[in-house]
Ligand binder design. Sequence first.
Ligand code: ATP
Length: 345
Amino acid sequence: MEGSAIRLRDLRKSFGETDAVAGVDLDIGDGEFFSMLGPSGSGKTTVLRMIAGFETPTSGRIELAGQEVTGLAPFERDVHTVFQDYALFPHMTVEQNVAYPLKVRKVPKAERLVRARKALTEVRLEGFGKRRPAQLSGGQRQRVALARALVGRPRVLLLDEPLGALDLKLREQMQVELKALQREVGITFVFVTHDQEEALTMSDRIAVFNQGRIEQVGAPAEIYERPATAFVASFVGTSNLLEGESAQRVVGTPGIYSIRPEKIRVLKESAEPDEPEHTTAVGTVAEVVYLGDATRFLVDLDAGGRLTALQQNLETSAEDVAAYRGTRVRLQWNRRHTVPVPDHR
Ligand code: ATP
């Protein structure tokens, strides 16, 4: 890829018997918001730490902006890492914290101040420069850490679950802000998370990790709508697979199929299958979960297997929902939402 900010080739890392990273090839473009998504222990942090230079690869190659950096120390690489615990200096003011990387690089004091204030403005913390970290909220501390990362204008910003310590509301707010900030500054962001919603919301592209390998790389919609493996289908979004006998009976051909819950409509069993392009399956409601804005139906199909359907609560109330348990229903979805999933097992 022309203009690759990061290029990884057959990257591996073993800790004793554990193959934490088992052969990763990846090209991340200049200015991309790229997320590494995967369950705990899938190797994404280790990849990030190798890009940063905190961890030495067992084998393989790392390039930053076309230069091989595999053996270089962290400070010799044009990257900056933001950690989940922020790692701010408690005895320094916010301004001093943000200016610190410039001080290390012997930037003159007056310029340091100007640039630190600019970075604080970028993260919407103007006026907070004289406080100490202890006098800030969690979200504000996170912004200070971001300002400190941005102040030296690195080519690449590495973020290791940076929103992990925030509560849900603040987390969602920071997701929007972080994305806007990235667009504004145009720096390549590599973001590690195990939260699929977070990855889908913010990223230009996502790499889904499983057991030290990448299972799929693609834009959020691609990953969600066209999962390349059964693992991706079940890790990103609610797992909703038809396979074996039930796949044969419902879809008409054997295989593994993913159907997203929000694509499935819940109808009365007696409802006539109306459109030829629709697939239908009848079954019994095993469980209903009222979610406020929507309801989740878990339906045991007569053909075998269980599907989850998500319906918006346009007219339904919580009482209506409870009455559904144990009733017979017909599920219906457009055939194009039946996505074949390659079987790698
Ligand atoms: P998490 O989301 O929990 O941070 P992760 O996907 O980032 O998980 P890694 O932290 O990269 O996963 O870990 C991958 C594997 O390597 C795990 O099995 C982990 O136990 C192991 N591992 C990581 N660091 C070390 C280490 N310094 N020594 C030994 N084993 C390690």
